[in-house]
Design a protein around this ligand. Structure first.
Ligand code: ADP
Length: 358
């Protein structure tokens, strides 16, 4: 059982760089948490503070309610998988897996039992006598994961563990890691810059930017109720359309000649009369044609991308660029005018000064 609590955690590096600002979160036993955000936003720094590899400058870190700031990495009962797998090249898969256990001074018999069990769980049993150089990227990754989970710790940290794999292997390992997580049940924190990994793997996601937590929530919460423009644009692929607009005479004006009514929903932006705001809608939230209780618009198709399961349609809404996701069975010829609509409840507005959702 391991619950983690981060209270106002800050990291200021010796050179004065403030990499993490007031990180606050409670992580429940067995949760799979993903820290996501662009490169340099403070994800690894946060993970390394949790691991005990980096001092916490300010704030409290508690494991099962006990202050752990000053505990060393071993004493925290935490194990970590790094981006570079850090396998021992001169040791076989078996010995790579057994290494940490031998260091702990465990009996050879116990070691063999555990290595065999973990190798089986990860599908590594045929490769136990091989050296890392004779393994594929995905197999090496599995050894790295195996080495971390063989220690039977209660907290498991992963820093971009899939970044050295090709796209197909990443998809496979994603579900393998989640399957392992379900089996061992350890509280897990996973760092990635890839929103798809975050969305597909996490119980809860922490979105970070410039050292600040932007939002913490389930994948669904972040997708449907982003708190600000950054989260709205970061989660979802292709990203949410975010378009400059103005509130004028009770209408939303996107461009000269492009404006719309949002009926009762105007309440939301009433206070912004005469001001500019950002209009947001997801490419996949639209429907073709026009309907009631929806924002009805028309755009001009400039480019299409046939992806098989859907088609990305790039288009101009007035002078603004937008992207729509439609079905491969829809007729969307380049150059044509396309009528589409966005259900009112899937239209977002953001304050241009704060970036916050309105
Ligand atoms: P992420 O994992 O989100 O890519 P990091 O946590 O690695 O980001 O880094 C956050 C910020 O802290 C970056 O701007 C990085 O340059 C800076 N940083 C990382 N390590 C150090 C260090 N040892 N000294 C000074 N600045 C650092």
């Amino acid at each position: 059982m391991s619950t983690l609590k981060l209270k106002n955690i800050n990291k200021i590096y010796p050179n004065g760089y403030h990499a993490v600002h007031d990180f606050n979160m409670e992580i429940q036993d067995g949760e799979f948490i993903v820290l996501v955000g662009p490169s340099g936003c403070g994800k690894s720094t946060t993970l390394r503070m949790i691991a005990g590899l980096e001092d916490i400058t300010k704030g409290e870190f508690l494991i099962n309610g006990k202050l752990a700031n000053d505990l060393g990495p071993r004493a925290r009962g935490i194990s970590m998988v790094f981006q570079s797998y850090a396998l021992y090249p001169h040791l076989t898969v078996y010995d790579n897996l057994a290494f940490g256990l031998k260091n702990q001074g465990l009996d050879a018999e116990i070691i063999e039992k555990r290595v065999t069990r973990i190798a089986k769980m990860l599908g590594l049993d045929p490769y136990l006598e091989r050296f890392p150089r004779a393994l594929s990227g995905g197999q090496r990754q599995r050894v790295a994961v195996g080495r971390a989970i063989i220690r039977q710790v209660e907290v498991f940290l992963m820093d971009e563990p899939l970044s050295n794999l090709d796209a197909k292997q990443r998809v496979t390992m994603r579900s393998e890691i989640i399957a392992i997580h379900r089996k061992i049940g350890a509280t897990s924190i996973y760092v990635t810059h890839d929103q798809t990994e975050a969305m597909t793997m996490a119980d809860r996601i922490v979105v970070m930017k410039d050292g600040y937590v932007q939002q913490i929530g389930t994948p669904k919460e972040l997708y449907f109720t982003p708190v600000n423009k950054f989260v709205a644009g970061f989660i979802g692929e292709p990203p949410m359309n975010l378009i400059g607009a103005r509130v004028e005479n009770g209408k939303i004006v996107v461009d000269d000649g492009v404006s719309f009514d949002i009926g009762q929903d105007f309440e939301r932006v009433k206070g912004y009369e005469g001001k500019s705001i950002t209009l947001g809608f997801r490419p996949e939230a639209i429907e073709l044609g026009q309907m009631e209780n929806a924002v009805n618009l028309s755009c001009k198709i400039t480019l299409t991308e046939m992806l098989g399961d859907n088609v990305n349609v790039y288009a101009n809404l007035g002078t603004k660029d937008i992207i729509l996701k439609v079905s491969p069975y829809d007729d969307v010829p380049v150059g044509a005018e396309l009528k589409f609509c966005i259900p009112n409840n899937l239209v977002y507005f953001f304050d241009d000064e704060t970036g916050n959702v309105i």
